[in-house]
Ligand binder design. Structure first.
Ligand SMILES: Cc1ncc(COP(=O)(O)O)c(C=O)c1O
Length: 375
């Protein structure tokens, strides 16, 4: 069969301003990375990773269940379980793999999944892979969840409530108190993806800590190493039985090579740095607040919820792409985020704040944004 249709599809994407291409980030000032605490090249993180890299080599060589599980993997799991206040933790190759591997195991045929409409794509795909019935609820509308559970809970076996902790494209937080109460009242499991809450809210432990909550047995706490921890990979924290079950059944853990040991060692060091210096997290928050106050003066809708994700909602896809392109000409990388990552017509420049930013770069960004948005 000919592949001409690909050309047509690509033309269509371009016509709709939904065409994507990768940008080499070298030479650009990056304002959209998720390395919120600047840990990816922290001297302690680099030194520890390098030491293990020299000892162990680059790859792990096999999956966790074959010979790819080292003392560095175990140390990271133990470190994360302690950090998150859970009995146990298991590593995955990435956040995407953690979500698509875990969710279908928690809810299957005859069960129900209730999922926030703004959940990350990897949660959506995890839900789609499950054979459970699925209901997408309006963003943070827990009354809708409650009403649905009151009416329909009895029809299902297990029920899974799924939400981001900090929402990746809007920066706001789920009300985990409300969700956890609903999970208790209606006998549900609460699945939280705290990829963006880890290292950025509370004293760094994440959204539960920020909201003054503690882990309970009916909570499954997923997070990534790839954002504030400055590394790569992901984890699921919860009860001993949960992680044991995932090791036995999660296809995206079993049938894939484990993380490189040096990556795990670097992540252990990142967690230690956050534990020893929780003031980094308050510093990040203060910097985010200050940048937000400056962005608020610009003629564009800016969302801010106290996290380092600050989207500038431009609306039209074409306009977002144009502004991002003009910023690149000025040496600034601030990507346009469009459908299907966010709903149509809500295209945005998703700015993230990082402790790595230099004062003069922030000034430059604000100045360029100001003149572009006023044109
Ligand atoms: C909320 C959320 N969950 C999961 C992921 C996937 O994590 P990873 O990049 O490690 O696959 C991301 C981003 O990448 C995310 O923003």
């Amino acid at each position: 069969m000919s592949l001409n249709w690909l050309e047509e599809e690509l033309k269509r994407l371009k016509g709709e301003n939904l065409y994507r291409k990768r940008i080499l980030r070298e030479g650009l000032k990056d304002f959209c990375s998720n390395d919120y605490l600047g840990l990816k090249d922290h001297p302690r993180v680099v030194e520890r990773s390098l030491k293990v890299l020299k000892e162990e080599g680059l790859g792990s060589g096999a999956s966790q269940l074959v010979s790819g599980y080292t003392k560095h993997h175990r140390e990271l799991e133990e470190t994360l379980a302690r950090f998150k206040g859970t009995p146990s933790c298991v590593l995955f190759g990435s956040g995407y793999m953690a979500n698509v591997g875990t969710i279908p195991l928690l809810a299957g045929e005859g069960d129900l999944i209730l999922s926030d409409e703004l959940n990350h794509a990897s949660l959506i795909d995890g839900c789609r892979l499950s054979k459970a019935s699925r209901v997408v609820f309006r963003h943070r509308d827990y009354e809708q969840v409650e009403n649905f559970l009151k009416r329909e809970r009895h029809r299902f076996g297990r029920v899974l409530l799924v939400s981001d902790g900090v929402f990746s494209m809007d920066g706001d937080m789920a009300d985990l108190k409300a969700l956890s109460d609903l999970a208790d009242r209606f006998d549900c499991i609460l699945y939280i993806d705290d990829a963006h809450g880890t290292g950025t809210v509370g004293r760094g432990k994440g959204t539960l800590e920020e909201l003054g909550l503690e882990w309970k047995e009916n909570i499954v706490l997923m997070g990534t190493l790839s954002k504030a921890l400055g590394s790569y990979g992901a984890f699921v924290c919860g009860s001993e039985e949960l992680t044991e079950y995932l090791v036995n059944k999660a296809r995206s853990l079993i049938f894939t090579t484990s993380l490189p040991p040096a990556v795990c060692a670097g992540a252990v060091e990142s967690v230690r740095i956050i534990e020893e210096n929780p003031e980094m997290v308050s510093k990040l928050r203060k910097l985010s607040e200050r940048i937000y106050l400056q962005l608020k003066e610009l003629p564009v809708e800016v969302k801010f919820s106290g996290t380092p994700i600050i989207p500038l909602i431009v609306g039209e896809e074409r306009k977002a792409v144009e502004i991002a392109g003009r910023l690149r000409e000025e040496g600034i990388l601030l990507q346009a985020i469009r459908y299907p990552t966010v709903p149509r017509g809500t295209a945005r420049l998703r700015m993230t704040v990082s402790l790595r930013y230099e004062e003069e770069d922030i000034e430059l960004l604000l100045e360029k944004l100001s003149s572009l948005l006023r044109e």
